[in-house]
Design a protein around this ligand. Structure first.
Ligand SMILES: Cc1ncc(COP(=O)(O)O)c(C=O)c1O
Length: 392
């Protein structure tokens, strides 16, 4: 028996493992045993990266574009991202105000490291993406969860924000469309939140990674585009993972005031250096090419979203709010019991993997990903409905 008294760093000790991992590990185990598992647990598009993007990466390798680049990314890519921000988001960032990192997760992690000091408080509306609280802990900060409910469409209101702010509050993390709820903030909602942040001098990390996957709204609004003062306080985060089915390539980026990005650069200089040169070329291609592949993927996701919603319309024990974006249906299973237990039972009994809400700060709920085929959606929802019927 190992007796080593391992005293690792106290911040590392404080973080909790990913809640999604336990379910996906069990799903893999069942699959290995030959079970026909339907996977509604995925956090990434099931599509392959478009061929033209792969070709750009292959060309980069063949051309020997395999050396270090500037630590915050090549000037070509940052110029292209600046153009993207201008065209898509009405945001003016110079290339030097942009840092390319190893995925949007890395971008958010680095910004939190830069902005948060010991004891600084980060405001996180729940349900939230699982990594935000852990990132704050890793920076030595504290976090305050601001619970939202189905009644407010799982969106933070300006008055809720205002009531939650204290002298220690330094940053608000906003995620629109949201993982796990799929909710999208309107321009008016963002304006009222921006007003509170400006009044209280609270920074915003605006996680816009699902920007391209919105289904009903006519346009996407970035909070930083709503005025000079909120622009100065906001770091806008995006990336290519979800929009271009490029999760494995690890390219994300952040843009904000020059002073903040200069610190992100210094941090990256001494930690990861540049994200992979080849992936940067692939990301440049993704942004440069005609955006038909994005449109086709979005249309397919919308079809699947509607299919999943229709299936649950027949299950009175499960309630959901129509997601505006991303690829998750966030369902209220609270009538059925403790979500952690229910998710395990559904996986074991009918082999459908779904993610319980506990890890998102929303016990009672489940996140069901529709980043899977229409056949799998039909099969998985049928199995869940039958399982619930049998129990009731
Ligand atoms: C809300 C949210 N932000 C950021 C990320 C990270 O994306 P990336 O793959 O670019 O690191 C994810 C990935 O699941 C996410 O869901």
């Amino acid at each position: 028996m190992e007796t080593l008294n391992l005293q690792v760093n106290k911040r590392i000790r404080s973080i909790v493992g990913s809640s999604t991992l336990a379910i996906t590990a069990r799903a893999k185990e069942l699959k290995a045993q030959g079970c026909d598992v339907v996977n509604f647990a995925a956090g990434e598009p099931d599509f392959d990266t478009p061929d033209s993007i792969k070709a750009a990466a292959i060309k980069a390798i063949e051309n020997g574009f395999t050396k270090y680049t500037p630590s915050i990314g090549t000037i070509d890519l940052r110029e292209r991202i600046a153009q993207k921000f201008k065209e898509d988001n009405k945001l003016d960032y110079t290339p030097s105000q942009i840092a390319v990192s190893c995925g949007a997760k890395h971008s958010i992690y680095n910004i939190i490291q830069v902005l948060i000091d010991d004891g600084d408080e980060v405001l996180i509306p729940s349900p939230y993406w699982v990594s935000y609280p852990e990132m704050v802990k890793l920076a030595g900060g504290t976090y305050k969860v601001i619970p939202t409910t189905a009644e407010s469409n799982f969106k933070l209101t300006a008055s809720q924000l205002s009531e939650s702010i204290t002298n220690h509050s330094k940053v608000l993390i906003l995620n629109s469309p949201s993982n796990p709820t799929g909710m999208l903030y309107s321009k008016e909602e963002l304006e009222s939140i921006a007003e509170v942040c400006v009044k209280n001098n609270v920074f915003v990390i605006s996680d816009e990674i699902y920007e391209k996957l919105i289904y009903d709204a006519p346009e996407y609004i970035s909070i930083a585009s709503l005025g000079k003062e909120i622009y100065d306080l906001t770091v806008t985060v995006n990336g290519v993972s979800k929009a271009y089915a490029m999760t494995g390539w690890r390219i994300g980026y952040s843009a904000g005031s020059q002073a903040i990005i200069d610190y992100v650069k210094k941090f990256q200089d001494h930690s990861t250096s540049n994200p992979a040169s080849i992936s940067q070329m692939a990301a440049l291609q993704a942004l440069n090419e005609p955006q038909e592949s994005i449109v086709a993927m979005r249309e397919e996701f919308q079809k699947r979203r509607d299919q999943m919603m229709t299936a649950f319309d027949e299950v009175p024990q499960v309630k959901y709010i129509k997601p505006d974006g991303a690829f998750y249906l966030f369902c209220d299973f609270s009538q059925l019991g403790v979500s952690l237990d229910i998710a395990k039972q559904i996986l074991d009994d009918v082999n459908v993997a779904i993610i319980p809400g506990e890890g998102f700060g929303a016990p009672g709920f489940m996140r069901l990903s529709f980043a899977t085929s229409t056949e799998q959606i039909a099969e998985g929802t049928k199995r869940i409905a039958q399982w619930i019927k049998k129990r009731s």
